[in-house]
Ligand binder design. Structure first.
Ligand SMILES: C[S@@+](CC[C@H](N)C(=O)[O-])C[C@H]1O[C@@H](n2cnc3c(N)ncnc32)[C@H](O)[C@@H]1O
Length: 222
């Protein structure tokens, strides 16, 4: 798909590649570390695919729940840290590098999970992303996600221009524009319903959201 967003999305990935060594600092903040415990309350199991795994903060927790785990990210620097984290914990997963805006799954899974990824998918790519996810879910399987909610908007510097982007600064002083949507629970569930998903989206933790979606409007084998 060519919609003019490629430079922004390539820049977003470049930002995360550069941020990888300092990414885990955010997990030192209380709200984030408390948040990863929400996974215990979510229906994760079987053959699990994690998208945008980052440094593996969720991957280690998924590994304890999954019969088999595959984790994908576009940033090799993130994958290196995630691989090391799992190895240090004596856990196993298969890691794959892929650009999720070009990715199509090669097989289906019982659970597809992503944390803090959906808010980086621009509205113009929302349907395409969920179509790829639909192809990754086995009939009867589910999608589970965690993300920032509307309350988090105040913590970000919204970029001018109305592109659903924010400005982020790295330790080296460089400034980056990244996509950031602040989904509200009802609106997100309604958007997913239009695409054939039945989704339960709820607030969780301090300003976050959690969702569980199953494909109902279209056969997962279409
Ligand atoms: C906000 S981080 C979330 C990481 C992890 N899920 C977590 O919650 O800690 C977003 C992740 O998306 C990855 N990413 C950004 N653009 C991507 C793309 N186009 N394809 C695949 N991964 C991408 C980044 O490398 C980063 O690891």
């Amino acid at each position: 798909m060519r919609d003019g967003l490629e430079p922004l999305l390539d820049g977003q990935l470049a930002y995360y590649r550069a941020r990888a060594p300092e990414y885990d600092e955010v997990y030192g903040q209380r709200s984030f570390s408390a948040l990863t415990g929400v996974l215990d309350e979510l229906p994760v199991g079987g053959d699990v695919l994690e998208l945008a795994c980052g440094t593996g903060q969720w991957t280690v927790r998924l590994a304890g729940r999954a019969a088999r785990l595959t984790a994908v990210d576009g940033a090799p620097e993130m994958l290196d840290i995630a691989r090391r984290r799992l190895r240090d914990e004596g856990l196993t997963a298969t890691f794959e590098q892929a650009d999720l805006f070009r990715w199509r799954p090669s097989r289906r899974y019982d659970t597809v999970f992503f944390a803090f990824w959906l808010s980086h998918v621009p509205p113009q790519r929302f349907a395409g992303f969920w179509s790829a996810v639909a192809d990754a879910v086995r009939p009867g399987g589910r999608v589970v996600f965690v993300d920032t909610g509307t309350a988090e908007r105040v913590t970000e510097r919204v970029a001018p221009g109305g592109r659903d982007t924010v400005l982020r600064r790295l330790r080296d002083g460089s400034e980056h524009e990244v996509v950031k949507l602040f989904h509200d629970t009802a609106g997100l569930a309604a958007d997913l319903s239009k695409l054939g998903w039945t989704a339960q989206v709820d607030p969780t933790g301090e300003g976050f959201i959690r969702g569980v979606a199953t494909l109902t409007g279209r056969s997962a084998t279409d």
